[in-house]
Design a protein around this ligand. Structure first.
Ligand SMILES: Nc1ncnc2c1ncn2[C@@H]1O[C@H](COP(=O)(O)OP(=O)(O)O)[C@@H](O)[C@H]1O
Ligand SMILES: [Mg+2]
Length: 298
């Protein structure tokens, strides 16, 4: 099978701080700037900086002022109660909506500028596939919009990876919600973005497929050195996939806890049975509980 992720892929993620410590050294990952696999080094993904970022919708304050640095090349999971502002934060990071106050920078760029030059891709809950295009057409479009060369073999490999082999010619209306979600993930991966934003990407995906994606997607974005920000309702998924879990409070959301996940990669399913893994999950759950408001109307 050809490598589904394109060949600009791998680049340095220095081990610095807990959020990065579980990453393998770059030399080990790519075998030098131009390895036998043809993968060439890529500039390090820049850190993302949020300074005093708020977002209101009319009288509704969705986000309290958020100050945060997200490590470039790391996988960050956002967890928090429903309606707290997780999707709002991702849409701000995607440059789809502006902050009400404060600033967001991805390196020296605004998220809007990064999106305009196709440096980011997202797979959001509503999938947002083009209804008149097939699965294959939507995935190819992800690559084309990112101004990457056509690569039908890599597209097929991605479609296979998300479990949609055999459905290449099907249109979104003919697919289940979970299949649409997986097509959206394949399309986002085809764009080979520097910043990959995933909003509950496996929400409508069956348990076995979810497990397969949990195992097979991380090596892709790890090799590519993408910065990944992932919203999930599953604490175990957050810990399995990420270098760092941010726990958000109920609306207006702020970051209640910032929990590093210094577990080695690759992370097999069996890791979930270890005490270390359970300990981190317990810390995330405790932070979620303490972030909950006291009983009574808010
Ligand atoms: N476009 C919008 N217009 C009005 N209110 C919105 C809009 N988007 C989000 N909100 C409100 O902001 C809050 C946070 O929403 P959201 O970010 O979708 O939460 P989450 O993803 O954590 O479930 C909710 O109270 C929601 O109703
Ligand atoms: Mg949401």
């Amino acid at each position: 099978m050809s490598r589904p992720w394109p060949c600009w892929a791998s680049r340095s993620i220095p081990a610095c701080g807990t959020a990065r410590s579980s990453r393998r050294p770059v030399a080990e990952r790519r075998g030098g700037p131009s390895s036998a696999s043809g993968i060439t080094a890529r500039e390090a993904a820049p850190d993302i900086l949020l300074q005093g970022v708020t977002r209101d919708f009319g009288a509704v304050a969705a986000l309290a002022p958020i100050d945060l640095r997200i490590t470039g090349g790391a996988v960050t999971a956002l967890v928090g109660p429903s309606g707290c502002g997780k999707s709002t934060l991702l849409r701000l990071l995607a440059g789809l909506i502006p902050p009400s106050r404060g600033h967001i920078l991805v390196g020296a760029e605004t998220p809007d500028a990064l999106r305009r030059r196709a440096g980011l891709a997202m797979a959001f809950q509503d999938a947002a596939l083009l209804p008149w295009r097939s699965v294959r057409g939507n995935v190819a479009l992800g690559r084309a919009l990112a101004r990457r060369p056509r690569d039908p073999r890599a597209d097929e490999a991605l479609i296979g990876l998300v479990g949609l082999a055999g459905f290449e010619t099907w249109r979104p209306a003919e697919l289940s919600g979970g299949m649409r979600q997986r097509a959206a993930i394949a399309r986002a991966l085809a764009a080979a973005p520097e910043l990959l934003l995933l909003d509950e990407p496996f929400g409508a995906v069956d348990e076995l497929t979810r497990e397969r994606l949990n195992a097979e997607l991380p090596p892709l974005w790890e090799t590519a050195g993408a910065t990944v920000i992932l919203v999930t309702h599953s604490v175990t998924e957050a810990v399995r996939l990420s270098d760092r879990v941010l726990v958000m409070t109920p609306r207006p959301a702020r970051i209640a806890a910032d929990i590093p996940v210094p577990l080695p990669r690759p992370r097999a399913e069996a890791l979930a049975a270890t005490e270390r893994f359970a300990g981190i999950c317990a810390a995330v759950r405790a932070a979620l509980r303490s972030a909950e408001p006291a009983a009574g109307p808010r």
